[in-house]
Design a protein around this ligand. Structure first.
Ligand code: GRF
Length: 200
């Protein structure tokens, strides 16, 4: 079962998934493999890590396309070359067309740095601080056409501390993202493996 991970930046969530998979052997257990890491930015830091791990990497620059639909069509073609059972968005900073989302319905995951349904969209940490939240966190969810609104698979909570800035809060949330995202990916693979057995 191929997994394709999409990134735009540092890729620390992608790296956490790769590391957890290596450490816990769940890829082998559920017949999975991280087939490719795709970035819409050539300078995404995570590409180097992926290459070092022997994972295929691809860059598809959204700026080379006239509109969102044509980028998404090209992206889907690239992803489909790897015949993914699971598409994992890990800091992939693009809004996706409904057609793209429909193509991977039920098998595309995203992580968002807030306790959804609170604070969908950008600047979540700043907004949580401004709202006076005592707790913040991260959410892994299935991607639907409605941005940051799909069914929730996992959440983690962290306290907001009195001196927090958006950066300190983001760093605390990110450590939790690195724990819950690999677990959620593993659970999805396990579920898919279970469904296959039932069908056999
Ligand atoms: C994470 O906080 C993710 O939830 C958000 O962007 C950040 C990406 O971090 N959407 P990384 O690229 O995984 O390091």
């Amino acid at each position: 079962k191929n997994i394709v991970i999409l990134i735009s930046g540092g890729g620390s969530n992608m790296a956490a998934i790769v590391r957890a998979a290596q450490r816990e052997h769940w890829l082998r257990r559920f017949g999975g493999r991280i087939a490719a890491v795709i970035s819409n930015k050539a300078d995404a830091g995570g590409l180097k890590f992926a290459k070092e791990q022997g994972i295929a990497t691809e860059v598809l620059d959204h700026k080379a396309f006239p509109d969102r639909a044509s980028f998404d069509t090209a992206l889907a073609e690239l992803i489909d070359r790897y015949e993914p059972a699971l598409v994992v968005l890990a800091g992939f900073m693009r809004i996706l067309t409904p057609e793209f989302v429909a193509r991977y319905a039920g098998r595309m995951l995203n992580i968002h740095p807030s306790l959804l349904p609170a604070f969908p969209g950008l600047h979540t940490h700043q907004r949580a601080l401004e709202a006076g939240c005592r707790f913040a966190g991260a959410t892994v969810h299935i991607v639907t056409a409605d941005l940051d609104h799909g069914p929730i698979l996992a959440q983690a909570v962290v306290p907001v501390l009195p001196d927090d800035t958006p950066d300190t809060l983001a760093a605390r949330v990110l450590t939790q993202e690195h724990l819950i995202y690999p677990q959620a990916v593993a659970r999805c693979l396990e579920r898919q493996a279970g469904l296959q057995q039932e069908a056999a």
